[in-house]
Design a protein. Structure first.
Length: 270
């Protein structure tokens, strides 16, 4: 009888993982900013979510070609199942994960499931020495997934922009901040200085409200913040999920005048 099982790829990390809200999440001194769930990987640097499944052929197959075809299908089924579980664990904001929509709006979860069913395969199937077949599938955080889950009010408070800087880098390294699809930046008085209310939803869906990097140099090298970004140091984190950042009041006063701020030209260093 055929035996089918899943093998989830866990890439090497340089730090210990921590449990939070049922999802294994790495800290961010690793090679790339990644969430490491029990069933897949959310890579916030590349803005992808992926999972890997394996289909196994029995030791003495009666029909080797048919067994291999079944293993190919099984590997995809398992990968997509685990990919959906990984997607559900993605943090949207300081209080909400995608899974929370299951009790609020099942049409959103239905849309998310549809996005996962349309996942693209990463590379080619890998044929292992024991006869099993390994396949990896992924979706993008931006685009269809973001369009399904980003439901907060957008573009209700437009910043003036117009400054000399071409983007904003918030250095939150060492603070234990966590990534999310829709984080906020607040000052020490609690005023929200940047979030979904300050950006165009079209940009939020297509490129994300913020990008993430593992160093200021990496953030500077990206296209998101342009050639002359302003760099501010976060002084703390806020919210249950630790995804909202706190900046000093003097630094916070500069944020509304960042050129292109409404176009999501913000990168957070974790």
């Amino acid at each position: 009888m055929k035996k089918l099982f899943a093998l989830i790829v866990l890439l090497p990390v340089l730090v210990l993982a921590q449990d939070w809200a049922g999802v294994q999440r790495s800290t961010y001194e690793a090679q790339t900013p990644q969430d490491r769930g029990g069933v897949g990987i959310t890579n916030w640097g590349e803005r992808t979510i992926s999972a890997t499944g394996i289909g196994v052929v029995s030791d003495n197959p009666v029909n080797a070609a048919r067994e291999r075809a079944n293993a190919m299908r099984a590997a995809k089924i398992v990968a997509l199942r685990d990919l959906l579980e990984q997607v559900k664990g993605v943090q949207i904001n300081s209080t909400t994960t995608i899974q929370n929509f299951e009790t609020v709006d099942d049409t959103i979860i239905a849309r998310v499931s549809g996005v996962v069913q349309g996942a693209y395969e990463v590379g080619s199937p890998r044929y292992m020495s024991d006869g099993s077949i390994e396949r990896t599938f992924a979706i993008n955080l931006d685009g269809q997934l973001a369009d399904a889950v980003l439901i907060e009010p957008y573009n209700t408070t437009v910043h003036p922009g117009g400054g000399d800087s071409t983007g904003l880098i918030i250095d939150a390294s060492g603070l234990g901040a966590m990534p999310a699809m829709s984080p906020k930046i607040v000052n020490q008085s609690g005023d929200v200085l940047y979030g979904p209310m300050n950006v165009s939803r079209d940009y939020a869906v297509s490129v994300g409200i913020v990008g993430y990097a593992r160093s200021v140099d990496e953030a500077r090298g990206g296209d998101r913040v342009g050639t002359n970004p302003i760099v501010l140091r976060a002084v703390g984190v806020s919210g249950a999920a630790k995804c909202d950042l706190i900046v000093s009041n003097p630094d916070g006063s500069k944020i509304p005048y960042v050129s292109g701020i409404s176009d999501c030209r913000v990168t957070i260093v974790l």
